[in-house]
Design a protein around this ligand. Structure first.
Ligand code: ADP
Ligand code: MG
Length: 729
């Protein structure tokens, strides 16, 4: 691509050093929360049904590896343990304090913790920022106390935390479940949901390393936990249940680094922007909070799941198996119907079920009966026993024709189930490290213990569809891992000062809401950034229109300029392909007559043919600028086949935006259609990103349509709107 200059990003080494320092600091400060030497429970209650009672009992019952001190001014003994009236009376040091007192006492108690030298607090008590203005003020004061004392805080308004490491054995929450030990760590923004997840994780044979209910999270939030888990040897997979982001940019930066080492799986409730403002651009009406979250996760390599079921399935897969190296899946089964369902599910997930080579089919044929099908799926038929399963699994896993293998087992009777399950387990656990192995056991009673215990080295799903979905999510993650880093491209032919002057001049006349630039200014801004627009001029008389039309030579386009006509063609304000003075005159009358508030006419050269695409941008208040690409011109909202990314775009992001949009295949010359200049589209996306970077005044932009010429012919933006607003500084 032309005009690409140096990489403007700082060197990777500098970023690594900064990330490393941040990681070390966060991990050290959170250590007292996860690895305390001693614990106080302030508000430990003798009433076993109260929250303070349940929490205290959980800590005792889990055999925490250190002293636990109940603090309760109204009881001298709690559960046979001497209790203290205040944390300050505890004779030994206290690393971590759980706070379960009424909200009006919390701040005093936490202040005492600071004085005592406590290093971490978990505030279970509710009644803070979630409960209105008064609570928010209390929470702000609480945070000040915590920060002033150099402590870290989980909560307030949370369920607590757990660490299953046997050296710690901390069940610091008031729910009923202490999960089995495992390599999955989890943060939940909803306490109740966190509990449900723990409960279900146990049922799904998933082991947990640490669990944190973050509550209102004014201090310890998802970002800090990610940094802690980044180097935590007990954590291989990270789960996040998110309702909101503190600082999406920080989250994105941290997650992007950590996802390279450990999979991060997130459920984010997909609420759309509350009371989304009346959108007056195509981009504005396409954008909502959910596309922003999607873009953020995708760019950061975070695996987004839509349901809790998917959360467990993907987690179960990645907690025990490598992410698939590619999309090719083999299927082994003892029944045809379920295998067809599996293949349908795999294909609809975008995975491939390749035909096996003759050589491989021959190998399978050696030990399978004549009636077995040895293509893919490999249907060993109902008579298949342990040896057929073992040999088929081993043969497929040893081949280089599939990246992952789904083994379906549908027991025809109870006879031999244990033997077959054992064979599947042994063969599956012996899978080479570059193959992904999963099992599907299709029976309402659930999988037999040979396949269902927490130490089985692969997941067993109840349905083929769930296995297929999990495989796809994991494959997409592996593709993200393998994709090149990407670079932010700088262009050396940009006239930034000219564009800035035009924007600042316009903004000076607008109120704080901002407004749309006039067509002349839009043209100048785009041209300054090397974004190609047709030759055009704004005219206010028929004579000037005719004169400019003559000057342009070929056929022209006339468009009315009117504040009321947001979509000009909707009101008959656009005349296309006009030639000759007489036609120009009548077109001029027609387009200006279409509105009551005509301010003139934009005369443009007519751009013949070409695909029409949309490139747009809208600023999200929390996520920053979002950039969108799609096909379809005025039908773009209807079709909804668009790709969003968060600014800034790397070259890889821009390439992916185009390849991700299904209808963009039209630009490749689909079915004999005219191919388009994809490279020029990608370049325009990058130039738009450069423009947005330099001019933070731009809050919304619609380039619709961008006319895409044949390869090499470039693109032309025939309609553009740019909204600007004074930046707050
Ligand atoms: P609006 O979006 O406000 O209705 P446009 O300027 O996008 O108005 O024009 C409407 C349609 O007319 C475009 O989507 C495009 O198909 C076509 N069009 C506009 N300008 C040109 C041009 N200069 N050359 C060729 N076609 C054009
Ligand atoms: Mg348009």
């Amino acid at each position: 691509m032309k005009n690409r200059a140096m990489d403007t990003e700082r060197s990777d080494a500098a970023i690594d050093d900064e990330g490393r320092a941040e990681q070390i600091a966060a991990a050290a400060s959170l250590k007292p929360l996860f690895h305390p030497q001693s614990i106080a429970v302030i508000g430990a209650s003798r009433d076993k049904s109260s929250i303070g009672g349940r929490l205290f009992n959980n800590i005792i019952n889990a055999d925490f590896n250190g002293p636990v001190y109940p603090v309760n001014p109204r009881a001298s003994i709690v559960r046979s343990i001497h209790s203290y009236a205040s944390v300050k009376e505890i004779p030994g040091p206290v690393d971590l304090a759980f706070i379960v007192v009424p909200s009006r006492f919390v701040n005093d108690v936490v202040r005492e913790c600071g004085e005592k030298g406590v290093r971490g607090v978990v505030v279970i008590t509710a009644g803070f920022s979630e409960a209105g203005a008064e609570g928010a003020a209390l929470e702000a004061e609480l945070l000040d106390i915590v920060r002033g004392a150099g402590m870290r805080m989980v909560g307030p308004n949370c369920m607590g935390l757990q660490n299953t490491d046997p050296d710690v054995s901390l069940d610091g929450q008031f729910g009923p479940v202490m999960p089995r030990r495992g390599n999955v760590s989890m943060s939940s923004q909803s306490g109740a949901l966190g509990l449900a997840i723990l409960d279900y994780a146990t049922e799904m044979h998933l082991g947990i390393s640490t669990f944190v209910s973050v509550g209102n999270k004014p201090d310890v939030a998802g970002d800090d936990l990610l940094l802690f888990w980044e180097e935590d040897p007990n954590t291989d997979v990270i789960l996040l249940y998110l309702e909101s982001f503190g600082n999406p940019r920080r989250f994105s930066r941290i997650a992007r680094r950590i996802a390279k080492k450990k999979p991060i799986i997130a459920v984010k409730s997909g609420r759309t922007l509350a009371g989304a403002r009346a959108a007056t651009s195509h981009t504005g009406s396409l954008a909502n909070l959910d596309v922003a979250v999607d873009a953020l996760f995708r760019q950061a390599g975070v695996i987004r799941v839509g349901t809790l079921e998917e959360l467990f399935d993907v987690t179960a897969l990645l907690a025990s198996q490598p992410a698939p190296k590619g999309r090719r899946v083999g299927v082994v089964t003892n029944a045809g119907g379920p295998a067809i369902l599996a293949v349908d599910a795999l294909v609809s997930q975008g995975l491939e079920v390749p035909e096996l080579s003759d050589g491989l089919q021959e190998k399978l044929r050696r030990f399978l009966s004549d009636t077995a099908a040895v293509s893919n799926p490999v249907d060993m038929i109902a008579a298949a026993g342990p040896e057929e399963y073992r040999a088929s699994i081993e043969t497929l896993l040893a081949s280089d024709e599939v990246d992952s293998l789904i083994t379906l087992f549908i027991p025809a009777s109870e006879d031999g189930v244990a033997e077959t399950a054992t064979a599947i387990r042994e063969a599956g656990e012996a899978a080479p490290s570059d193959k992904t192995f999963v099992c599907v056991y299709l029976q309402s009673g659930g999988a037999p213990s040979e396949l269902a215990s927490p130490d089985v080295g692969f997941p067993t799903f109840a349905f083929p569809e769930r296995a297929a979905k999990a495989l796809r999510k994991a494959a997409t993650y592996a593709e993200w891992l393998a994709r090149p880093e990407g670079r932010i491209v700088a262009f050396d032919d940009i006239d930034a000062s000219r564009a800035r002057a035009v924007v600042q001049d316009a903004v000076a006349g607008f109120d704080e809401e901002g407004d749309w630039l006039d067509p002349g200014a839009v043209g100048t801004v785009l041209k300054s950034y090397g974004i190609t627009v047709p030759r055009a001029e704004v005219v206010t008389s028929i004579d000037d229109a005719v004169a400019f039309g003559k000057n342009l030579g070929g056929p022209i386009v006339l468009k009315v300029i009117s504040p009321s006509a947001i979509h000009k063609s909707d009101v008959g304000g656009v005349a296309l392909d006009v030639s000759g003075a007489a036609a120009i005159e009548s077109a001029y009358e027609r387009v200006t007559g279409a509105v009551a508030d005509s301010e003139g006419v934009l005369v443009q050269e007519f751009v013949e043919g070409g695909h029409e695409v949309l490139i747009g941008m809208v600023e999200d208040p929390t996520f920053g600028p979002l950039i969108v690409f799609g096909l379809g011109g005025i039908f773009v909202e209807l079709i909804g086949d668009v790709a969003f990314r968060i600014h800034p775009l790397t070259d890889v992001d821009a390439d992916e935006m185009v390849s991700e949009v299904k209808s963009a295949r039209l630009l490749e010359g689909y079915r004999g259609g005219e191919p388009g200049d994809i490279e020029a589209v990608v370049e325009t996306l990058l130039r738009v990103s450069a423009l947005i970077e330099d001019l933070p005044e731009i809050i919304e932009m619609d380039l619709n349509p961008v006319k895409v010429g044949t390869p090499g012919a470039g693109v032309r933006i025939v309609d553009a709107r740019i909204k600007v607003r004074q930046t707050k500084s």
